[in-house]
Design a binder for this molecule. Structure first.
Ligand code: SAM
Length: 292
């Protein structure tokens, strides 16, 4: 077997061979530590029956580890300059398909139907481009793809917010949006030194496994997410203040808001960051008939 792509020496060789220069605007920080890649694939629990969707293969560092452990890998790469490089570095693997497309514009459902008819389960595994981490994860979840879960490297600070529990300063509408669909946990903290070029921030690997059904049951998901966002609009304000500013005619309809809070069993003086997901669901259900 050839030496891993993700070693400092081989990465440098590949970069020099193709005269490749990193584009910061595309979040290009490549991994150069095979141990980290082995850990990521282990956390994803891949088997020879798993289909993997990768976002941003770069020069193929993670892709080759995925190809060795999974049945098939489909990787979306936005940067055309990387296509000939990937064709070269991943030539030994016949179970990899590269799609030259912006993941945010991709029809992933259609791709799954076409490429993954023969796999038992699908996982998303990636070292994400940091400038679009959140839109990518939200797209994957909101489109309700038939996936078992998502294991991704991202900025530690974003990982902290995704996995945050109520009552912490990291807890917010992003924690709720993601924990609504998945069980989210940080499985690894990763130092800057395992990337070229080194990013400015520390990284983390987050594992998000899809729940069989959402964490809470609400009549209207969009309304629920809208209320959670509104409740965190100004973190230092009380829930009552945020709702009166955010809901239509909120200032005139204070009594409706108070009765909804009462029905949900929530003190108006509490701050959004203290509410559990169940409490947000109760609040959303109480407000829905009045404000939807
Ligand atoms: N997987 C490689 C690794 O671990 O070394 C590279 C990871 S690098 C952090 C992110 C990759 O995502 C880059 O290759 C970049 O070109 C690609 N990328 C950036 N934006 C993208 C998008 N919207 N859709 C698909 N790929 C994207």
């Amino acid at each position: 077997m050839q030496k891993d792509i993700a070693t400092p020496v081989r990465t440098k060789e590949i970069m020099e061979k193709y005269g490749f220069s990193f584009k910061k605007s595309l979040g290009q920080n490549f991994l150069i530590d095979p141990n980290i890649l082995r850990n990521i694939t282990e956390y994803a629990g891949l088997t020879k029956e798993t289909g993997v969707i990768e976002i941003g293969p770069g020069i193929g560092a993670l892709t080759e580890h995925l190809a060795r452990t999974a049945k098939k890998v489909v990787a979306y790469e936005i940067d055309q300059r990387l296509l000939p490089i990937l064709a070269d570095t991943l030539a030994p693997y016949d179970n990899v398909k590269i799609i030259h497309e912006d993941i945010l514009k991709a029809d992933i459902h259609q791709m799954i139907e076409k490429e993954f008819a023969e796999v038992k389960e699908i996982m998303v595994v990636a070292n994400l481009p940091y400038y679009v981490t959140t839109p990518i994860i939200l797209k994957l979840l909101e489109e309700k793809l038939p996936i078992r879960g998502i294991v991704v490297m991202l900025q530690k600070e974003v990982g902290d917010r995704i996995a945050a529990k109520p009552g912490t300063k990291e807890y917010g509408s992003l924690s709720i949006a993601i924990q609504y669909y998945t069980t989210a946990e940080t499985v690894m903290i990763v130092p800057k030194s395992v990337f070229v070029p080194q990013p400015n921030v520390d990284s983390a690997v987050i594992r998000m496994l899809l729940r069989e059904r959402p964490a809470v049951s609400v009549k209207d998901e969009r309304f629920f997410f809208h209320i959670t966002k509104m409740s965190f609009a100004q973190r230092r304000k009380t829930l009552m203040n945020n709702l009166t500013s955010g809901l239509p005619d909120g200032k005139k309809r204070k009594s409706d808001i108070v009765s909804a809070l009462e029905l949900a069993g929530i003190e108006p003086s509490r701050r959004g960051e203290t509410l559990s997901m169940d409490e947000f669901a109760a609040l959303s259900e109480a407000l829905y008939p009045l404000f939807s």
